[in-house]
Design a protein around this ligand. Structure first.
Ligand code: IPD
Length: 261
């Protein structure tokens, strides 16, 4: 069943990516702000979510649906679709080529299938539980473990002022201990970067289920481990890295109090 859900997620993500790409081509404007002035939503986010909801529920009308933009639907099958219609909305707004459609399918509360499609580059990351992870149909794998001082880590920042102060504070302790830090601007793509070995790890506080549901499965199926928790200001935190060497990453995060005690 997980393979069927993955294939449907891929079809839906492809259809949404066409819409998002067309909207980008004609120009993007902010439609509204959410948690703060810099937490933006565009008409394309809303249209993409609507399209994905109609697409998957058109095929599986009794499933549940949870979307970032709030188009939630209750279901009866035990399957729930968890969707970020554009992860990396700020990149989308500016035309920075790192924004993605993220579609995951949970069965009885556990993610069984996930697709992250980078609209700007066309890269398609897909996974079904137990069946591995792919980019454009080819299997992907995490990097081999490296000493901490040579690990390149991705992270992200929240939208609230206080959250950013705490994140900047955590960075002052993290940055001297690792090779370097990257901030690409899409949690879903950061997790796929771990999956395909273009970074050694990813950590962030303030992510939501729709940001990480699909990407975390892609990473896990590619050989990564991840830990969810509650961070310094009560936001959802995630740490992800190759399974080999993951314990050291967790130790460092705890030792420097990146997410608090
Ligand atoms: C955001 C991106 C960003 C991360 C934020 C997310 P959005 O999602 O994933 O990289 O730092 O935590 O909220 O708002 O673009 O869907």
């Amino acid at each position: 069943m997980s393979a069927e859900l993955r294939d449907l997620a891929l079809e839906a993500a492809r259809a949404a990516a066409v819409l998002v790409g067309e909207r980008r081509a004609v120009g993007v404007e902010v439609a509204a702000t959410k948690s703060s002035d810099v937490d933006v939503v565009t008409e394309a986010d809303r249209a993409s979510e609507r399209l994905i909801r109609e697409f998957v529920l058109g095929r599986r009308p009794d499933d549940a649906f949870l979307g970032e933009e709030g188009d939630d639907v209750a279901g009866t099958t035990g399957v729930r679709w968890v969707v970020d219609p554009i992860d990396g909305t700020v990149n989308f707004l500016y035309g920075i080529p790192a924004y993605a459609v993220s579609v995951a399918a949970e069965v009885d509360g556990r993610v069984e299938a996930g697709v992250v499609l980078n609209v700007a580059t066309g890269a398609e990351y897909a996974a079904a539980r137990g069946l591995g992870a792919t980019r454009d149909g080819n299997p992907i794998q995490t990097r081999p473990a490296a000493p901490m001082s040579r690990r390149l880590l991705a992270t992200g920042f929240g939208y609230a002022e206080e959250a950013r102060r705490l994140q900047a504070d955590g960075l002052t302790r993290l940055l001297p201990r690792v090779r370097d830090i990257r901030r690409f601007g899409s949690c879903a793509l950061d997790l796929c970067a771990v999956a395909e070995g273009t970074v050694d790890g990813y950590l962030e506080e303030g992510v939501h289920l729709w940001d990480y549901a699909a990407g975390a499965l892609v990473a896990q199926e590619a050989g990564a481990a991840y830990r969810l928790g509650t961070g310094r200001w009560g936001g959802q935190s995630v740490v992800c890295g190759p399974a080999e060497g993951f314990a050291e990453l967790l130790e460092l995060v705890d030792e420097i109090g990146y997410f608090g005690e």
